[in-house]
Each structure stands twice: as C-alpha cells, then as structure tokens.
Design a protein around this ligand. Structure first.
Ligand SMILES: [Zn+2]
Length: 485
C-alpha cells in the first residue's frame, strides 16, 4: 500500500483559529481524503506551536502561567478542526513530552556531529516573528516580514552550521519541490549573498525547551517547531521511517522560508530525506487588507459554517483560493456561490432528476439504451484525477462543474418530459452522472457527497462510469437551500 504523509504547519497559539488557518486545514483535509479514496495509507498531521517569547508575554498579560495559557488555546484549535470535519490522524503539541525528547535527541546528534557551535549573535530582532535580521534585511528600521519594529540585540547563542549545506539546499530548491513554482526564486533570493549559520538558542527566554548541551539556553522556536514533523512519527526511534519523507507539507507564504530554507538543511544534517512537495498558500483578504487581529477584519470560519453550512463553506474556500494570488473573502460572493453553483446548478439537477424518476419510473432507476454522458464523465474524471495528483485543488473542483453543466445542458436539450422514447435513458444518464459527481465531490464536501448517493439510492463509489447501476431513489430533500441575499 502506498503511504502518504501530509502536514499542515503547527499553528502558533497566540491567536484563536481564523479563516487562514481553516483554509490551510481544508486544503490538507481535501488532499488527505482524496488519497484515502485512492487507497493510500495516509497520515495527516496538524497541531499547535506553543513555545517562545510571544506566548510567555501573552500568558503574563492574562495572569496565567504559560502552560495554562497554551492549554486553553490549543484546545480551541482542536475543537475547531473537529467542527470543520477535518480528518487529521494526529494532533501534536510542542509541549508534548515525546516532542521535547525528539528535539533534545536531535540537538545532541547535531552537536556530536560538530554542526553546532557557540558564538555571539548581533542583529535586529523582531519579537513578533521571533527572528533575527541583518542590517541589509530590515526595511526602514522595520521587520521585512511583518513590518513591526525591530530591536538591536547582542547575545551569546549556539549556532547551527547551516552554511555547510548551502550547495545541497540550492540543488534541492532547483528541483521541482515548491508549489507554486514561482516561490522558488523568492527562496533563492533570501540567501543570494550566501547562506549564513543559524542561531538556534536564546539565553533570555524561559518558556521553551532547554538546550541539552547547555541548560542556560532555550531552543529557538523555529528549530523546535519544525521538528514536530519528525517527532509526530516517532523520530529518532526505530519505528520511525514508515511515513518519512513527507509527501506534502502545506504552509502560508509568510512562513515559506522557514520551511523551504531552514527545514531542508536540518534534514541534510540529520541524513534524512527531504519532503517531496511543499505547497505555499496565499492570504485571505477581507476588504482591501490581509486579515489580521490588529486590523480587526478577521473572519471567524466557525460562524460562517454555522450560518451557511459547513460543506458550503468548504466548497467556497476551496474554490476561491488559487495559487495565483491572494483571495478575497466576501460574504455576498459566498452567498451568491451557494445559490448559483450549489443550489441552482447541482441541487436543482439532483432534485429535478429525482422528481422525474418518481413521476415516470416510480423512483426505480431505469435501464438505459445508450450511455449518453459517459464520454463527458470519463473525460471529467481523467482531468480531475490528473489535477488532484498535481495538487491543483481549485482547478480539480472547477472541473467537476464541467460535468454538472453538461448534465444540465443534456436535460434541457433532451426534454425527457416530452420524450417518452428516450426517457429511461435520459433519467439513467442523469442519475449515473450525479453518482460520479458525488464521488468526485467527496474530498471537498464529504457530508453532501454521501447525501447525494443516499438520495439516489446508490452505494457504488467508484470513479468509473457504470452502464448498469440499479436501485431505487430514496427520500428527496433539499440538498442546498437557497440563501436570501
Ligand atoms: Zn516581524
């Protein structure tokens, strides 16, 4: 059985789950569900990132100790993913003991190998990003990543010899691992003046994992966090290795460089394989700006799922975000998409097909003379599978609508109500077309997909067109109620 290891970033617990987090989870969930349908042994990982200065500060502000604080936020992420019907296999926390053990054992390995040394770090520090920048990196005295103020810091630190792996990193980046591909040059540009060694400990931060070779130092949060992808599957124990390397790692574009630059070099140093693919997602914009807590334009995905339906939300988000650029979340547009794509085009197709079958064939699926829609269905399935295998998720979803629209065109053209001769064939083709549509939709709308087949009274969930589907339609209910705009 083919194994398939997919990860989301572990989310930083200084904030509650927002639309950006939810989209990343839905994208990973859609891919994981698709791979399971294809028979793969899937391990889908997510979790929370819980150490660092920002967390310590946020906890103090709330009068809590850091552990109490991270417990209270981490559970919100876990609950949110349950509510969004996310099918992750494991939820890791960087405060888990097995993770802390992995970080320490990994550091000892690298230390013994001679890849870690003690030095002094001087640079511009951004508290928000928990990252250091050089003079030439900061922009008008501000952080180049988040635009906030930076402070000059000089401290004793242990360094990882990242520079040693520059050649390997360049090679890796030149291969086709990044999706979208244009991210590649962006990454190479980050170290156009050469890859520097990386400061991996801090001696002024308490909330974190202690460096095993010097307990006065705390491990840098990114070094700690990235290792979750290994600790979750048992590194460095003997049972580790079944799922590694990761097949797909998903992350927002703002943290692409930690994943596409630091992470592979850690893996080179550990003599481990590197991930097959990394997908970097763009941002959700609301109004004209990136959603952020400070601007106050955050969209709470759970509210929208409650108001308009979970699978409706899943459909809209997975359709709207492309690899081409940032996506705009707009409630009006969301409602219009539900009414048009889901209620009109798909829901109405199911409803009218079942009404006709009830009227003319007592809801028994009729026998066809011809397979009129087979050709379109076969083509849609083939294109869909190719796009899904290439992780072109929004395009795969849009491809399903080629078949939806062809079904609608077919019924309007054939007019089965006045076409007694072909009536059985037409209704059969619509039912089989809808069955295929439901199978293709399953990774996107898992509940509605099953509901379509249950209304049709068919169980077969193969991607292949069948010329002999039998059964009796079940109860007819409105699949996607229209929303008053
Ligand atoms: Zn910053």
């Amino acid at each position: 059985m083919e194994k398939f290891y997919i990860t989301t970033p572990i989310f930083y617990v200084n904030d509650k789950p927002h639309l950006g987090h939810a989209y990343t989870m839905l994208l990973a969930d859609c891919i994981a569900r698709f791979k399971r349908m294809r028979g793969a042994d899937v391990f889908f990982l997510t979790g929370t990132d819980e150490h660092g200065e920002k967390i310590e500060t946020a906890a103090t502000a709330k009068g809590l100790n850091p552990k109490e604080f991270v417990d209270s936020i981490s559970i919100q992420f876990k609950n949110a993913w349950e509510k969004l019907n996310i099918s992750n296999d494991y939820f890791i926390r960087t405060t888990d003991k097995n993770h802390e053990d992995t970080v320490k054992k990994t550091l000892i390995k690298l230390y013994n190998k001679g890849d870690i040394y003690k030095g002094t770090y001087e640079g511009w520090y951004c508290v928000s990003c928990e990252a250091y920048y050089d003079d030439n990196e900061i922009k008008a005295g501000k952080c180049p990543m988040c635009g906030k103020n930076v402070v000059r810091k000089k401290e004793e630190s242990y360094f990882f010899k990242m520079s040693k792996y520059e050649k390997q990193l360049r090679e890796w980046l030149s291969e086709d691992h990044l999706i979208p591909e244009y991210r590649k040059n962006e990454m190479i540009n980050f170290f156009k003046d050469g890859l520097k060694d990386l400061s991996i400990t801090r001696n002024n931060i308490k909330w974190g994992i202690k460096a095993p070779f010097d307990e006065t130092h705390t491990v840098y949060v990114w070094f700690d966090a990235l290792l979750n992808y290994l600790s979750a599957i048992g590194y460095p124990d003997e049972n580790f290795g079944h799922y590694w390397p990761a097949d797909v790692q998903i992350m927002g574009k703002d943290i692409a460089r930690f994943h596409a630059i630091y992470w592979p070099t850690f893996l080179f140093a550990l003599d481990l394989k590197t991930p097959e693919k990394m997908i970097t997602t763009n941002w959700w914009i609301s109004g004209k700006e990136k959603m952020s807590k400070s601007i106050g334009n955050i969209v709470d995905p759970l509210n929208f799922a409650d108001t308009y339906g979970l699978d409706q939300l899943r459909y809209y988000l997975l359709k709207e975000m492309t690899y081409g650029g940032d996506a705009n979340f707009n409630e009006k547009d969301f409602i219009q998409t539900i009414n048009n794509d889901l209620a009109e085009e798909l829901g109405n197709l199911l409803n009218r097909t079942m009404v006709m079958n009830e009227k003319y064939f007592n809801s028994e699926i009729p026998k066809p003379e011809k397979q009129d829609l087979k050709e379109t269905a076969d083509k849609t399935v083939k294109n869909f599978l190719d796009l899904m295998e290439a992780y072109q998720i929004d395009r795969a979803l849009k491809e399903i609508w080629v078949l939806v629209r062809e079904c609608n065109r077919y019924v309007n053209e054939k007019k089965p109500w006045g076409n007694e001769e072909e009536r059985g064939t037409i209704v059969y083709n619509l039912i089989e077309g809808l069955r295929i549509i439901s199978v293709l939709l399953e990774p996107f709308m898992p509940v509605k997909a099953v509901e379509i087949r249950s209304q049709l009274g068919v169980k077969n969930h193969s991607f292949e067109w069948s010329g002999s589907t039998k059964g009796k339609n079940g109860a007819r209910t409105l699949l996607f109620p229209k929303i008053d705009a």
